[in-house]
Design a binder for this molecule. Structure first.
Ligand SMILES: Nc1ncnc2c1ncn2[C@@H]1O[C@H](COP(=O)(O)OP(=O)(O)OP(=O)(O)O)[C@@H](O)[C@H]1O
Length: 278
């Protein structure tokens, strides 16, 4: 399923004149229903293969969970997708037409790939609303941040995101006053402002209460469909509650893939990862 192909002159033009770019995500070719192609990917650190000939395909609109023991390569994989780490070999395509390798982190974010790190990094002294407003201004670039006022459309967008993340009633609260779970949702909201096509979420429920975990499951499930969501998580109960397809990474490669039930009963997985739980 090779996706190497002509990237085209148009894309080069877009790089030169970003203001000519059509609406975000509009150019991503998902005619084969696959949003992310990762093929024959490898990267070594000091001779150690953190990613080892990895092949992974994420369908457009799906909610995929990545699991794997410590050091399996999950973070490194996210780092490669988002342009933070450059692989030694392999291909990473966004849709069939956009080669992500060689692009900067900023360019990849611009293309509609948002990443949520484990620790929330909201602006604690600012209100929930102001945090969302700030990400909108950052998103729109320098021109928008030169003292321009929010238009009605932008305010509607913030209201919409507040409703999605369940923080409409907390809009005037300082972000620092939110619970840990609420901060995580706010940070997801800050990513949603940019309307990403693909959302990469690292350990979203670590440190959350049971109720917050449940709410996060609902949130991520509701985001899938319209967007594609890839979640890295260690909490197996949570993974069970949200995942339709689970990919198990081990030593930088895909060890197994399928429903939670399938991977749970896969002897290879039991041996290397879920053994203790069984
Ligand atoms: N920049 C780096 N330099 C050297 N080694 C690295 C670097 N980044 C990752 N590694 C190594 O690569 C391996 C894979 O690490 P990675 O962080 O991707 O695993 P992970 O699956 O995310 O683990 P965890 O669940 O603990 O976060 C580990 O052995 C790690 O020590």
């Amino acid at each position: 399923m090779s996706v190497r192909g002509a990237f085209g002159e148009l894309a080069n033009r877009d790089q030169l004149w970003p203001f000519l770019m059509p609406a975000r995500g509009a150019r991503v070719d998902v005619s084969k229903q696959v949003l992310l192609y990762i093929e024959d990917l490898s990267v070594s650190f000091d001779g150690f293969k953190a990613i080892n000939n990895l092949n992974l395909y994420i369908n457009d609109g799906e909610l995929r969970c990545l699991i794997g023991a410590n050091g399996a390569g999950k973070t490194t994989l996210m780092d490669i997708i988002t342009g933070k780490t450059h692989p030694d070999t392999g291909a990473v395509y966004f849709g069939q037409n956009i080669d992500l390798l060689g692009r900067s982190e900023a360019e990849i974010a611009e293309l509609g790939i948002g990443r949520k790190f484990q620790k929330p990094t909201v602006f604690e002294a600012q209100t929930v609303y102001a945090n969302l407003e700030l990400s909108m201004r950052a998103e729109k670039g320098i021109m928008a941040s030169l003292g321009s006022r929010l238009t009605g459309e932008k305010r509607d967008r913030i209201d919409q995101v507040l409703a999605t993340i369940g923080l409409s009633d907390e809009r005037a609260l300082a972000a620092g006053a939110l619970s840990h779970g609420q901060k995580q949702w706010l940070e997801i909201g800050m990513l949603l402002i940019a309307d990403p096509r693909l959302l990469l979420v690292d350990e979203p429920v670590a440190g959350m209460t049971a109720q917050e975990t449940e709410r996060t499951a609902e949130l991520l499930t509701s985001l899938a469909g319209e967007r594609t969501v890839v979640v890295v998580e260690h909490d197996m109960e949570f993974v069970r509650s949200i995942a339709r397809t689970v990919t198990v990474l081990h030593q930088g490669s895909v060890l197994a893939e399928g429903t939670m039930e399938q991977v749970q009963n896969d002897p290879k997985v039991i041996e290397v990862y879920l053994g203790d739980e069984h």
